[in-house]
Ligand binder design. Structure first.
Ligand code: MN
Length: 258
């Protein structure tokens, strides 16, 4: 008898940004995909909790996206106020596509404040953006951050990724990464027990041009199965086990490095 595979996992999806968020939430929950629903500003957190808060499989994360940091810096006190209402944090991070010094300074201020509060809380699970800013993001966490951090859609160097892994980071892989040569080359350097799946829907598009949905984490699972030389069911189980251990607070054993 073959055991059915465990649930799919999507650690980074913008469920509030689909054309019909309530429908996206209903479908995701019905399909049983464990999903971290990230938000881009603190002011939408409670709205999404109202929509998704009763779902068995969806958890709403509190975020302040780096590209909105300057415009929404006034929402930082609200971030602090809401932080005790969730264990999940994102989307946060740094984005150095902007060359504007004021934008970068605002991102830095927001990111540092959030990391400080999360470190203090000690048990948060963070999904982190690091476009063109991977070394700065990894430095900001350092080796002794208290909490779990997941690099989302990582596109930096292999050397910086190895440093992040040595500090305890996880990596979440989406369909766009799984089909790019660079993404696959990076993945080969990551221990399987640090790999999670994400879709970053609706921003990531599928081959047919439609937005990725949490169930499309299956596409990533298929890519990981090929990379790891195991069946898709086994790859799905591995990702699920990684996520389950992380939720229990038994992810990376930080005591080894202390
Ligand atoms: Mn995102």
């Amino acid at each position: 008898m073959r055991m059915p595979p465990p649930a799919l996992v999507d650690t980074h999806c913008h469920l509030d940004l689909y054309a019909d968020p309530a429908k996206a939430i209903r479908e995701t929950d019905a399909q049983g995909v464990f999903t971290i629903a990230v938000t881009n500003t603190p002011s939408v957190f409670r709205t999404l909790v109202r929509l998704a808060g009763r779902s068995k499989h969806i958890r709403v994360a509190l975020g302040l996206h780096p590209e909105l940091a300057r415009r929404r810096a006034a929402e930082l006190p609200l971030f602090r106020e809401l932080l005790s209402e969730t264990r999940y944090v994102g989307e946060i991070g740094l984005d150095h596509v902007t060359g504007d010094d004021d934008d970068r300074a605002a991102q830095r201020e927001v990111f540092d404040a959030i990391l400080g509060w999360c470190h203090e809380a000690g048990d948060k699970i963070l999904t982190v953006h690091s476009r063109r800013a991977a070394p700065d993001v990894v430095d900001a966490f350092g080796p002794s951050f208290r909490g779990t951090w997941i690099l989302h859609w990582y596109s930096g160097s292999r050397r910086t990724l190895e440093r992040a892994l040595s500090y305890g980071a996880y990596l979440s892989v989406n369909p766009a990464m799984a089909r790019s040569d660079k993404g696959r080359a990076l993945l080969a350097a990551v221990p399987p027990e640090r790999v999670l799946t994400e879709t970053d829907g609706p921003f990531v598009k599928l081959d047919d041009g439609g937005p990725a949905r949490p169930a499309d984490a299956a596409i990533v699972v298929a890519g990981l199965a090929a990379l790891w030389g195991i069946t898709p069911d086994a790859a799905q189980r591995r990702v699920y086990d990684t996520f389950a251990a992380l939720l229990r607070g038994r992810g990376v054993d930080k005591t080894i490095r202390d």
